[in-house]
Design a binder for this molecule. Sequence first.
Ligand code: SAM
Ligand code: SF4
Length: 547
Amino acid sequence: MGKSFDIGLERLTGIGVPGDGQPQEGGIKPPLHDAGRPFSDQGKQEADAVGSTFYLETFGCQMNDHDSEKVAGVLLARGYRQVDGPEAAKVILYNTCSIREKAAQKVFSRLGELRPAASDLRSVASEEREPYAETPIAKFAQDKQRTRSSEEKRNPSAQAGVPVPQDPKHPSLRKIVNAGGGKIIGVLGCVAQQEGEEIFERAPWVSLVCGSASYRKLPQLIAELEAGNRRVTGLDTDTDETFETEITRRDNPWRAYLTIIEGCDKACSYCVVPFTRGPERSRGSASILEEVRQLADAGYSEVQLLGQTVNSYADPSARNMRFSELLAAVAEVSGIRRVRFTTSHPRDFGKDIVEAIEAHPTICDHVHLPVQSGSTAVLRAMARTYSREEYLEKIALMKAARRPISITTDMIVGFPGETEKDFEETLTLLDEVQYDSVFAFKYSPRPNTPSLKMADAIPEEEKGRRLGILMDRQREIQRVRNEKLVGETFEVLVDGKSRRENQWSGHTSSNRVMNFTSPEQELLGDYVQVKVVSAMPNSLVGEMVGR
Ligand code: SAM
Ligand code: SF4
């Protein structure tokens, strides 16, 4: 098996994406415009007739991806048609992420590119000001910029304040706003929630600002824009509603995402999610199970239950199902072959979840259980609500399971006050747990979070050094673990086809990426048996041996 094949597909997975986006799934994502379920011809004709088109770009985690699927569903139900570039769109929407500074900056960069020429701008704003110059995130970024060490200043690639350089993939967006006029530009998600109406002040060309806790209002907000309102907002976080839509436009034809709990009540000291997504709200179990049945009828065989703390699920209905009971009920829906769930919080992870996995082969043998640090002192400062020892007790539950469970995690290096000894403890945790994958991030100070004011900030360079050491150590662990799988056979859901002849890729139940050979003509969406012939740190290489 050629090495280049592995690298080509492996790039889509990765152990930890330093300082970058959320955990990303491997596999090949089908293009947005042709991968989803078909919509009614009538809806399409209406859309073509009105010429109402939208472009939706998503930043951040799987929850954002899935929110975007629902937002697209809302627009499609109103007769809009999705296009795959902003040039052709009447409505341009950015579903944003602010979990780390770099993610938030990407959105500012996009909005900066859409800024109309100064002469056009004067017609929509009474005065011209530098965009984002005074918004909370921008001020925060600029303060950081001012205090950057002289060493960082010498390094032009170091993280800097806004605006960030223009993305070469979106070279001339400014032109399309000038030339096209009349476009509706909307900011959704975490940056919208964080910046609020300040976005209008500094970017008068934006007309919709809506945080994820208010997505229920989206149809109404869009209707107001259609009726001629120039600016609309949805910024409440005190809602107990979840965002359910009649139509969800799903991007993946095999795996369907389902949000079962929104928001977060955990208040980790470094995290913006409780501010941007609001308090925890769970969806009723009957409505979840009904949707799973509909998905199975529509041909989906894999469902992934989503929540920032998915296992903190609390059924609001009279059935009062525990998370583990819901997992089991989903696993029993006829036609469903794989059930995944993410992200679990260690505090609410108990034996009942492991027992559900043991009892139901359809529940995948993979648990993502973010630890963040191996040091109890750092965990306390992070307000993670568990110690290293308590976390290891949860790991022991999984290690004792009757079938092997693949364990993955998130880690943050360089949290304020993290000593060399604390960091050593994170490294020894890697050795002790033997994770199958780790998403590691440099600590990124975020506005409004308690850790922002903590003493003993770790210099960027030192964070980078620790991240490099952690990733090297973990890569070696994965190499050794994956090599032990050579000769074993796994069921793989095929979700990618390489340009090279006979080369395919898919995921095992444990969520490992498997690149494999098969002379078959069409395998996408099939479950096949693949024997591992060699292993890389981030993926396995195999050959199909049956169905
Ligand atoms: N709710 C999940 C949990 O607590 O395990 C994680 C959700 S969070 C959106 C995804 C990951 O981003 C976290 O597990 C953490 O590792 C990372 N993260 C969150 N805030 C961060 C920050 N300020 N700096 C660096 N990484 C951060
Ligand atoms: Fe953020 Fe902590 Fe909530 Fe996860 S549990 S979303 S890290 S506050």
